[in-house]
Design a binder for this molecule. Structure first.
Ligand code: MG
Ligand code: MG
Length: 270
């Protein structure tokens, strides 16, 4: 499949989907507490997506049974919400998506519960910043692998972390997962040229130990092989027709975090 190039109209619909995802994640950030079951978070997300006029793109995706993924500690991604109760010091990643009028949004964040180990907090901060560096590097006229190169370079500059290799970012549009696959590591200057109309979900996944993972017997939950804790952040961003980026799943369009990296966002989607 060729890369799906979106026009301004389509990007505006994708912004509505992305904003609903971003707002749902904000609601989850303010709701999550020690003592909560992970399926309570799922119920909050499901209700908010419905209220916003969207549909979950996770529920039923290859049989996935919930609206969000909740991954705790050595679970890095794709955890299924259930009766697990969140404990003090847990590292929790939440991934959420929604569809509006046939167009998809996809984003994730990680957060520590209560008294967080400073090393866990640093891992989360490194993971989040690497996502922003990846988005900043994925500019119009550049090459696709500039993104993964920037992500890896930043992570490696911050310490010893395992960068997951079997999972990565992706194109997004009328399907949640489209071409191209976006690696979170590698050489720069390779792959297709990034142009206006590109929409990519950028999602680094790292651990404090190995990059190697396995999938639990529930067929979904991805855990680190050495039980080290993991972190995952994700945003969907586009290159607008003016050649500038806009982060569809960030409430401010990425203005603050990209601005800090010297990148101006497009005004066309504000
Ligand atoms: Mg996601
Ligand atoms: Mg994704």
């Amino acid at each position: 499949m060729p890369i799906q190039i979106k026009n301004l109209d389509q990007l505006q619909t994708m912004r509505r989907a992305g904003l609903l995802v971003g707002q749902t994640l904000e609601l989850l950030k303010t709701s999550i507490k020690v003592g909560m079951r992970t399926d309570a978070l799922d119920a909050i997300a499901e209700a908010n997506i419905k209220r916003g006029g969207g549909i979950s793109n996770f529920k039923g995706y290859r049989g996935f049974p919930a609206t969000i993924c909740v991954s705790v500690n050595d679970e890095v991604v794709h955890g299924i919400p259930g009766d697990r109760v969140l404990e003090d010091g847990d590292v929790v990643s939440i991934d959420c998506g929604a569809v509006i009028d046939g167009w998809h949004g996809d984003a994730a964040f990680s957060v520590g519960m209560g008294n967080v180990d400073p090393q866990d907090q640093k891992m989360m901060d490194v993971c989040e910043e690497s996502m922003w560096r990846g988005i900043a590097a994925g500019r119009s006229g550049g090459k696709l692998t500039d993104i993964g190169h920037a992500i890896e370079e930043y992570i490696k500059s911050q310490g010893k972390y395992g960068i997951l290799q079997e999972y990565g970012g992706h194109g997004i549009g009328t399907e949640m997962h489209q071409e191209p696959h976006v690696l979170n590591f590698g050489k720069k200057g390779l792959g297709p040229e990034i142009t206006p109309g590109f929409v990519l979900a950028i999602e680094p996944m790292i651990t404090r130990g190995t990059h190697k993972t396995k999938v639990l017997s529930d067929d979904w939950t991805v855990v680190s092989n050495d039980k080290s804790r993991g972190s995952h952040f994700e945003n969907s961003y586009c290159i607008a027709p003016d050649g500038k980026p806009f982060v569809l799943t960030a409430l401010d369009g990425g203005k603050a975090r990209l601005g800090a990296l010297g990148i101006e966002i497009s005004e066309l989607l504000a």
